[in-house]
Design a protein. Structure first.
Length: 170
């Protein structure tokens, strides 16, 4: 009777050690960035702020020498936006260091805030923001901070908001 009890305890100890070793190996792979679970998450773009602008489209392409981050930002507020710029900072420093900035342009290529009568982004319309990142290593994840600066037409205050982005370079 006691040998059955001893066998079950030994089996539980062995299973416990196997699970402990497996979790330690997975933890080590995560710690040294050999295994990146974040790459399995969907792409995310959050501009933050009061909800006057929303990131709806994004694309991050390039190679070891050049890279481009393109964002589609929609004006979901009630007023036209006179100026719009977005800057991105790579939190992990894989793709670039420092802050990279891009300004908004309408689908026809006209920059917002330029031209006769100051071209603006009407409510409901989408603007394209192109940010030159310097390099985009394919397959690597960009986890960064987005800082959005915009001003409403006939407005006196420049609005700022901070959000986040997570996108895999292709």
């Amino acid at each position: 009777m006691s040998t059955k009890g001893q066998l079950s305890i030994e089996t539980m100890i062995i299973y416990g050690l196997v699970i402990l070793v497996t979790l330690s190996v997975i933890g080590g792979l995560l710690y040294f960035n050999i295994l990146d679970l974040g790459s399995y998450l969907p792409d995310k773009c959050d501009l933050g702020g009061t909800g006057d602008v929303k990131c709806e489209e994004m694309k991050f392409v390039g190679d070891a020498n050049s890279g481009t981050l393109e964002l589609g930002v929609r004006n979901i507020g009630q007023k036209p936006i006179e100026t719009l710029s977005v800057s991105v900072t790579d939190g992990s420093g894989i793709h670039f260091s420092g802050e990279q900035t891009g300004t908004g342009e309408l689908p026809d290529g006209t920059a917002i805030g330029t031209g006769v009568g100051e071209v603006s982004l009407p409510p409901g319309e989408i603007a394209k923001i192109t940010i030159d990142t310097g390099k985009a290593l394919p397959g690597k994840l960009l986890r960064g901070t987005l800082k959005t600066t915009y001003k409403f037409a006939e407005g006196a205050i420049t609005q700022e908001s901070t959000g986040s982005i997570r996108i895999k370079a292709s």
